[in-house]
Design a protein around this ligand. Structure first.
Ligand code: HEM
Length: 456
């Protein structure tokens, strides 16, 4: 029997933990593929905080205790690299910030960081609100929309304008279509774990994926070329990248690296935030009392004007709603690593090649840290709950050196977009819809979110 004891900051395993036996050949691969979230939850329930698993020939370890997660993401982060699961994205994202490692990663992170400094991010606030208000001009009382698709289009426009000063509105349909192909392909390949055929074999699925990547490449290269043509330094992220490409001091960045960073930021910068907003609309429509309190706050803080960055400190309930929504439906539903050095985590021996998975989805619903964990209750975040929790009981943006670079950007964006929309409209889920959290690249609401709009 596994016993984890929380002593001061230490996690101690007193006996070696047990895990599911699974299929004799495939291990837990089939259970994982059938229902990834259910598999994570069942393992925690049955085996505790540290659960050894096997996927085919690969050994894995599931970690559910905040202190053990901290060991992997912070204390011993040098003993781990990104997991083979997330590396499935390398065809699309290349060596951009999400997937690069070691010296390349550190150099690129330092280079890009200034575009995400607090003051810089505050300057993006106006664009976030004005693009939202512009989108709302097409919304009519009584309309029924796929709100998830709307959130994707909006967050795409926001990331393109703020980081690359580009307008992608004419391409939003093509981007959505290509992204859907890639996200589904990623989900399928993650589920199958063992690759039967390599990427270059021209199966219909591989050809479809290749076409989708080409389509997104066109968008990215067009943004880069447009900036090159008028050649002015706007001090935004694209200027930083192009300036580094032109550097003659030995730190020159290749055109391919510029492409990889733009693609990474474009995709990582809109999919997750759109998902966070979508789940927030879903939860609000299921909890009219929360929706009413939100409307009150917006009325009293903003009156009739759209939200601005200066209003954020007063939009406390709005922010609690965003936090609570990401607790129940964390867009990054799990974080994974591969061990590259031998060692120990939570007293469990780690060998190179071991896959460590930290399922945010389960940790965020742990009753040791959250009372009535399944209940959507934004008020729980009042009175400084965040400060009282173990650091990795709530980690929607990960942690340690690889923590999300867009953390402050995303929180500000989600809060402003939520405020600007909820101020004007109440969104209600169309009857008869079953919305399922589906783990692709992020935790998408499937099959989308058909909601009706009522003007407030
Ligand atoms: C609600 C929205 C978001 C969530 C939940 C989220 C979540 C995360 C998480 C959990 C990681 C760490 C992954 C790991 O440790 O393996 C990450 C990394 C990253 N995110 Fe986000 N993210 C969000 C929004 C954004 C935005 C808006 C941007 C950019 C504009 C962005 C860009 C990135 C990048 C580039 C990385 C890799 C950072 C590195 O490794 O140095 N994310 N994100």
């Amino acid at each position: 029997m596994l016993a984890i004891v929380k002593q001061a900051e230490a996690v101690m395993v007193t006996t070696l933990p047990r895990g599911p036996r699974g299929h004799f050949l495939l291990g837990s691969g089939p259970d994982f593929a059938r229902d990834q979230l259910g598999f994570y939850a069942a393992c925690a329930r049955e085996y505790g905080d540290v659960v050894p698993v096997r996927f085919g020939p690969r050994r894995g370890l599931l970690l559910y205790h905040p202190d053990a997660i901290e060991e992997v993401l912070v204390t011993r982060n040098r003993d781990f690299i990104k997991s083979p699961g997330v590396r499935l994205l390398s065809r699309l994202l290349g060596n951009g910030l999400l997937l690069s490692e070691g010296g390349t990663w550190l150099r690129q992170r330092r280079l890009l960081q200034p575009a995400f400094h607090r003051q810089r991010v505050a300057a993006y606030g106006e664009v976030m609100t004005s693009l939202t208000v512009r989108r709302l001009a097409d919304w009519r009382d009584g309309d029924v929309l796929d709100v998830h698709a709307e959130m994707m289009t909006l967050t795409q426009a926001i990331v393109a304008k703020t980081l690359f000063d580009a307008d992608v509105s004419d391409e939003s349909y093509a981007i959505a279509e290509a992204s859907n192909v890639l996200v589904e392909d990623f989900g399928k390949r993650l589920g199958s774990l063992i690759q039967l055929l390599p990427d270059w074999v021209p199966t219909p699925a591989n050809l479809r994926t290749r076409r989708a990547i080409r389509r997104l490449d066109e968008v990215v290269y067009r943004m880069i070329a447009a900036r090159r043509r008028n050649d002015e330094d706007r001090g935004d992220l694209l200027s930083i990248l192009l300036h580094a490409q032109d550097a003659d001091d030995g730190s020159r960045m290749s055109a391919r690296q510029v492409r990889d960073e733009v693609m990474t930021l474009f995709l990582a910068g809109h999919e997750t935030t759109a998902v966070a907003l979508s789940w927030t609309w879903y939860l609000l429509s299921q909890h009219p009392e929360v929706d009413a309190r939100l409307a009150d706050e917006l009325r009293s803080v903003l009156g009739d004007r759209p939200p601005a960055v200066a209003d954020l400190p007063k939009l406390t309930y709005t922010e609690m709603i965003v936090n609570e929504s990401m607790r129940l439906y964390p867009p990054a539903y799990g974080i994974a690593r591969e061990a590259v050095n031998p060692g120990e985590v939570a007293g469990y021996p780690i060998a190179p090649g071991l896959i460590v998975i930290m399922p945010t989805w389960v940790v965020h619903r742990d009753r040791r840290w959250f009372d009535e964990p399944e209940v959507f209750r934004p008020e729980r975040w009042a009175d400084g709950l965040a400060g009282r929790l173990p650091r990795f009981a709530y980690f929607p943006f990960g942690g340690g050196p690889r923590q999300c670079i867009g953390n402050a950007f995303a929180l500000m964006e989600a809060t402003l977009v939520l405020a600007a929309i909820a101020q004007r409209f109440r969104l209600t889920l169309e009857p008869g819809q079953r919305v399922t959290p589906t783990p692709y690249l992020s935790l998408r609401p499937e099959p989308g979110l058909r909601m009706s709009l009522a003007r407030r």
